[in-house]
Write a protein that binds this ligand. Structure first.
Ligand code: SAM
Length: 234
């Protein structure tokens, strides 16, 4: 998979892309991640300005349509693979595991990170990106939101996780779309808190049944919305 991230602050991703699973996935060429500084497409070369005041007045600045559309055109031309365009915005469709699974089947994503008051509306009208939000709150910029999406998507790519099954059982995931069951590791007991006997029994059928019950119980208590028939997760 190829990921292109259009941003005014490419360095924000530095630490994130060079650590742990992401670093390994890049080193093993399971994913290619390219960052593009939108200022490289600024129309006024010396100042590299890509934002301006909103028509009609109001606070803040908007990212201009011209550098953004020319940037996306040239970024997409860098590789013949068809790209799915994603704009990070609090006004978009809420990102979830199902969307992560869907994105993970794409060959290429081009992600647009906003700043200031966001993009001129014509960026949306012309590029028609999928508008995606990571939650009902407002971040300073789309970079952290893009990292959330990259993180959730890359771990689903074949070969990234040591055990492919670990992402199937995860909360919200393909296994049952419920919250995951509780898990324990050594020691068997700590401050009077013991590991449930069934997990030490070696009885795989009993363990699987216990986990299914725990998963359902936990979901009922914490996220009953996931069990409603009208929920997209069902
Ligand atoms: N004025 C915009 C509004 O009210 O919808 C908010 C702009 S926000 C300060 C700047 C940028 O941060 C946005 O263009 C977007 O790229 C990003 N952003 C902020 N909150 C986000 C969220 N919940 N999900 C995804 N991106 C977000």
């Amino acid at each position: 998979m190829r990921l292109d991230i259009v941003t005014l602050f490419p360095a924000i991703f530095d630490g994130y892309l060079t650590q742990s699973l992401l670093d390994k996935a890049i080193q093993r060429e399971l994913v290619q991640i390219h960052r593009h500084n939108l200022r490289d497409w600024a129309q006024d070369a010396p100042h590299r300005k890509v934002d301006d005041r909103p028509f009609g007045g109001g606070p803040g600045m908007l990212i201009q349509v011209e550098p953004t559309v020319t940037c996306v055109d040239s970024v997409e031309a860098m590789d013949p693979k068809p790209a799915r365009r994603i704009m990070l915005t609090p006004q978009g469709k809420r990102f979830d595991q199902r969307m992560a699974e869907d994105f993970a089947t794409s060959e290429r994503l081009v992600m647009l990170c906003g700043r200031y008051e966001g993009f001129d509306q014509r960026v949306v009208d012309i590029l028609q990106p999928e508008e995606v939000s990571v939650g009902d709150f407002v971040l300073n910029g789309g970079e952290v939101a893009a990292m959330v999406i990259v993180d959730a998507v890359v771990r689903l790519l074949p070969g990234v996780l040591g055990d492919e099954n670990s992402s199937i059982d995860d909360s919200f995931s393909r296994g049952n779309r419920l919250l995951e069951f509780p898990q324990y590791t050594r020691p068997r007991e700590f401050r009077d808190h013991a590991v449930p006997d069934v997990l030490l029994s070696g009885d795989h059928k009993a363990i699987a049944e216990w986990r299914d019950r725990q998963s359902l119980d936990r979901t009922q208590k914490r996220r009953s919305d996931l069990l409603r028939p009208d929920n997209e997760n069902n």
